[in-house]
Design a protein around this ligand. Structure first.
Ligand code: 7RM
Length: 651
């Protein structure tokens, strides 16, 4: 984060307590809950696991903690799909809307809990009939349509862990994830809509499957149809609607062990290879169900809209599992916020009378830039609570969100968490904790973060350090698929028995947490995690590139943008068309989110004597700061030359 941004955060003194009106009706408003959880966190989690979920069989042991491995609710039996669907379909909620979906072209569908119950059972039977068994991995590569959630829930129903791959990822990225998970079945669609164009999902899937061999069966949902045709490989590929026609109507929910794998979700780390984060059933469902209930204050009459795609953990935890487990009505929107116009989100809020909106700072900053005339065109008076996730929210964006979207009356919950943590970790409880613009405020009850220095000592008030979590929590990841060593190395080797988040933070005089961004080689572009090495690998894969170094740089809208320093091979010309070709190449190798914002050609890169690229110096150069310590460089003149050159070729 930029020094100026930290100064601004240090100066932030505005405090926003919740209104009496909000407190009076809140699901949780007794501050004693924090002490209760601190006194006996196992008892706290056990009480809520029992109250907010349906268990086929109760556990015998709450927690077994062998760092870095935790087991929660051992011996307990439950099913995530049963908790999200069946138990509501058995009550008056059978005819309550579970999903209100809007497609980008303007098509609409509403699925009640009863509809979901029927669809997931049928689709679970489809999976079974294709030979999917408990423990088999199923890859889901879909647009944001109800069938994405139906596919996830059907997998959960039969105990087949899903691995959802974001529909914006490339064929190569999909192939890497299919291969690593050794997925047996791929569920996809002919295509999806994005800004009026068709995303060729099936074509990407075909490309990916040419590079992998574990997938035996592909199920294709027809989202586009009409004249848009896709290749269907005889014996391998099946249409969703054809399989569903003959699928039996009932399929029992498999009683799963608490610690049975619910899903894998790939996320970027500091090396080029994405990691398969594992989440199990009992602890994960406890974490997402309780946080959804308390942080979003979900009630039966709410209309909850989480704008995330199911391809990210936010979509897993707060578009599917958390809200549905609470029996909530969820809005799902397929497309872009500026299609057909920049008021699309506000049109949706008005149309469905959304009461709770959960979105990302990058979106808020874009709305801010577009101007308040867009939200002002619509009646946003249904909103009563706003949420933010994915990256630090700057106080200006927070204030804009508060005033122009929340009409000054809605509490804002800035929720810090990670794919690895499964559920929200640091957040206000909106009726208890007064908010400060830019701060994620306090740990959720039963969560124990700390801020440490390199020696493992707690830092003082307002001093920056590494954010860690000192005790286990139910929804914590159970490890990395197929790579236990990397799991230990990445999260558990810096401090003994303490979870290292990879984020920097400070705590103010009121004990509020202020997140300061990543401290590793992970960059956060529009709330999406990418590793610098992942982008570097994509660049050196291009025939003109000899070497590349990638850094995250401050970006007004995206939070961080990507700058690439590239050494080209002899015989190639360093010109604009090559820059464009390289950007395009990265987008094609990984996905559009990884497209570099800036490419700089250079003859050399600053390296230490042991050959490590000094990214810190590249960041100093890219962000126009004075150069820091260069004494460890093998050749200090490289960086000076680079700085001069860089200043001359500003994009
Ligand atoms: C939920 C999600 C995780 C990384 C995390 C942080 C950053 C997320 C916030 C945040 C500041 C927040 N999972 N991050 N939320 N930083 N304030 N409220 O985003 O695995 O994709 O990313 O995102 O750096 O480590 S994630």
């Amino acid at each position: 984060m930029q020094p100026t941004a930290i100064d601004a955060l240090l100066q932030e003194t505005r405090v926003f307590p919740p209104s009496d009106e909000f407190v009076k009706r809140a699901n949780i408003s007794d501050p004693a809950v924090y002490d209760e959880a601190a006194r006996d966190f196992e008892a706290f989690w056990a009480k809520h696991a029992e109250q907010c979920l349906h268990w086929f069989e109760k556990w015998h042991t709450v927690l077994e903690w062998n760092p870095p491995y935790a087991k929660w609710f051992i011996g307990g039996k439950l099913n995530a799909c049963y908790n999200c669907v069946d138990r509501h379909a058995q009550t008056w909620r059978r005819n309550k809307a579970a999903l209100i979906w809007e497609g980008e072209p303007g098509d609409e569908r509403v699925l009640t809990y009863g509809d979901l119950h029927r669809e997931v059972q049928k689709f679970a039977n489809v999976l079974k009939s294709l030979g999917v068994q408990k423990g088999d991995r199923v890859c889901i590569y879909m647009p944001l349509i109800p069938e994405a959630a139906i596919a996830m829930l059907a997998c959960a129903r039969i105990g087949a862990p899903h691995s959802v791959v974001f529909g914006g990822f490339s064929a190569d990225a999909l192939a890497d994830r299919i291969r690593d998970a050794q997925a047996k079945v791929l569920i996809t669609a002919d295509g999806g809509w994005r800004r009026g164009a068709i995303v060729p999902l099936k074509r990407n899937a075909d490309d990916a499957l040419r590079q992998t061999d574990s997938v035996q069966t592909v199920i294709v949902y027809q989202r586009i149809g009409g004249d848009y045709t896709v290749n269907m490989q005889e014996g391998r590929d099946h249409w969703w609607h054809e399989l569903m026609q003959t699928a039996p109507l009932t399929c029992p929910a498999e009683p799963m062990d608490s610690e049975d794998l619910l899903y894998l979700l790939y996320t970027s780390g500091s090396t080029g290879k994405p990691k398969g984060i594992m989440h199990t059933t009992g602890g994960y469902m406890t974490g997402v169900t309780l946080t959804a209930k308390w942080v979003f204050d979900l009630k039966d009459e709410d209309v909850f809209w989480c704008t995330a795609d199911v391809g990210w953990v936010t979509g897993h935890s707060y578009l599917v599992y958390g809200p549905l487990s609470n029996g909530a009505t969820c809005v799902m929107y397929e497309g872009a916020p500026d299609y057909p116009d920049r008021d699309r989100f506000w049109a949706i809020v008005e149309k469905y009378r959304v009461t709770i909106l959960y979105t990302a700072p990058t979106a808020i900053r874009a709305f801010m830039k577009w101007g308040e005339q867009y939200p002002r065109k619509h009646d946003l008076s249904s909103l009563r609570l706003l949420g933010s996730v994915g990256e630090p929210i700057n106080p200006e964006a927070w204030m804009w969100y508060h005033e122009h979207i929340g009409g000054g009356r809605c509490p804002i919950v800035d929720t810090w968490w990670q794919t690895e943590t499964g559920a929200i970790m640091i957040t206000p409880l909106p009726s208890i904790v007064a908010t400060k613009p830019g701060s994620a405020t306090k740990p959720f009850p039963g969560i124990f973060p700390a801020i440490l220095n390199d020696k493992g000592e707690t830092v003082g008030t307002n001093q920056g350090g590494y954010l860690v979590i000192t005790r286990p929590w139910p929804s914590m990841t159970r490890g990395l698929w197929g790579d236990p060593e990397r799991f230990v190395q990445t999260y558990w080797s810096k401090y003994d028995g303490i979870y290292f988040t990879g984020d920097g933070a400070r705590q103010d005089e009121d004990g509020y947490f202020w997140l300061l961004g990543r401290v590793d080689d992970v960059i956060n572009v529009s709330g999406h995690r990418l590793s610098t090495m992942e982008v570097e690998s994509a660049l050196v894969d291009h025939h003109a590139v000899a070497e590349a170094a990638v850094i995250g740089v401050h970006h007004e809208i995206k939070g961080q943008g990507i700058a690439a320093f590239v050494i080209i091979k002899e015989g190639y010309t360093a010109d604009e068309s090559l820059k464009d070709a390289l950007k395009q190449h990265v987008a094609q190798k990984i996905g559009a989110i990884a497209r570099p914002d800036q490419v700089f050609f250079t003859a050399d890169l600053p390296k230490t004597r042991s050959g490590k690229i000094m990214r810190r110096l590249l960041r100093d150069i890219a962000e126009g700061r004075a150069l820091g310590d260069t004494t460890t460089l093998a050749d200090p003149s490289v960086v000076q030359a680079l700085k001069e050159k860089y200043e001359g070729q500003e994009e």
